[in-house]
Design a protein around this ligand. Structure first.
Ligand SMILES: CC1=C(CCC(=O)O)c2cc3nc(cc4[nH]c(cc5[nH]c(cc1n2)c(C)c5CCC(=O)O)c(CCC(=O)O)c4C)C(CCC(=O)O)=C3C
Ligand SMILES: [Fe+2]
Length: 315
């Protein structure tokens, strides 16, 4: 008898494929409004500046999707999981992933986003697009909405904090300020009772408890340059305050809102925040990204399988 086949729509932000696609990508992010020449130049130079190739997110996402498929099939040999990518702002788009599943004869699917925390503006956006397309094509699909407290995810992140704390030669552990960070969002999400800030704080607290640190705080990064207010404090302001007003000399950034090396980590932290730290005379380190850490692959595999099992038991 052939195995029951389950499609997994693995959704991620997406990145350009080459420098000449940056404009189309940015235009998509801006809902069809092309960036000005200055904005385009600014984004292009950030991509050019990052270490490890221009667009590492693409390969990292490919590897994560492959790793998830392998983990699911290894842990559940009685089933056949087939993973499809669906990107928010680049090809294959979320809708393309759904369409490909249907073309391949998939009739039941689970969707998951490569971001652990739910916001209506992040994960909610991916889910809505996938749901609409699935409904149009008659595909049965359920979604994992968040997995920010999964024990294996917390273990992987705690291990990273633990390792990074050893990079401060001579500093006492309690003198190192750990700042957990995530992508800022417009402040209006607060009025919408969005779970994003609370979920991020819950992850931060859980890691702090596991590694037994009390000298920590949360900070927002990578806010957009728009007229509306974004959630703060921004980590760049935090670094200034810590150095100038609190006399802090050692800071560890732990970007818990991201799961991969990409622009927000390799530029916004490694280049921009690091340059400010140098200027301030701060010793700044950051935790390594999860990328294809087996504990992260197992986290994703667990939540996808659980979501499928819930659905399978009900029907
Ligand atoms: C919550 C969130 C996540 C985390 C959750 C998730 O992963 O979904 C995330 C991840 C990412 N964001 C990324 C890139 C960009 N995001 C931008 C702009 C924006 N991000 C926003 C939010 C988020 N973004 C928002 C509200 C905007 C304003 C425009 C809008 O309302 O949509 C811009 C425009 C220029 C700029 O503002 O910098 C770029 C280039 C990349 C890929 C990096 C690479 O290619 O290596 C990744 C992983
Ligand atoms: Fe973004």
């Amino acid at each position: 008898m052939s195995k029951r086949r389950i499609g997994v729509l693995v959704m991620s932000y997406g990145t350009p494929e080459s420098l000449d696609q940056v404009e189309a990508y940015y235009t998509h992010i801006r809902r069809g409004h092309p960036p000005t020449a200055e904005q385009l130049h600014e984004l292009t130079s950030r991509y050019e500046a990052i270490v490890g190739g221009f667009f590492p997110l693409r390969e990292n996402t490919n590897k994560q999707v492959q790793g998830l498929q392998e983990t699911l099939n290894r842990e559940h040999p009685e089933l056949e999981f087939v993973c499809y990518q669906g990107l928010k702002h680049a090809q294959p788009y979320v809708e393309d992933g759904v369409e490909q599943m249907v073309k391949d004869g998939i009739t039941e699917a689970i969707g998951v986003v490569l971001a652990p925390h739910y916001s209506v503006m992040s994960v909610g956006g991916y889910v809505k697009r996938a749901k609409d397309k699935a409904q149009e094509l008659g595909l049965d699909i359920e979604f994992v909405l968040s997995y920010h407290m999964h024990p294996k995810l917390l273990e992987a992140l705690s291990d990273r904090v633990e390792r990074a704390l050893t990079k401060f030669d001579g500093a006492e552990r309690q003198d190192i300020r750990v700042i957990f960070t995530a992508h800022s969002l417009p402040e209006k999400i607060l009025e919408m009772k969005d779970p994003y800030p609370d979920q991020l704080l819950a992850t931060s607290k859980a890691i702090a408890e596991r590694v037994a640190i009390t000298n920590w705080q949360f900070g927002w990064q990578s806010a957009g340059q728009t007229a509306m207010p974004w959630l703060g404090p921004d980590i760049l302001d935090v670094l200034q305050t810590l150095r100038k007003e609190e006399g802090v000399a050692n800071v560890l950034l732990c970007p818990i809102g991201f799961v991969s090396d990409h622009l927000e980590v390799l530029y916004d932290i490694d280049i921009e925040a690091q340059a400010l730290a140098q200027e301030l005379g701060l010793h700044l380190e950051r935790t390594e990204s999860l990328n294809t850490d087996p504990l992260y692959m197992e986290t994703l595999s667990d939540v996808v399988y659980q979501k499928w099992a819930e659905k399978a038991n009900l029907s």
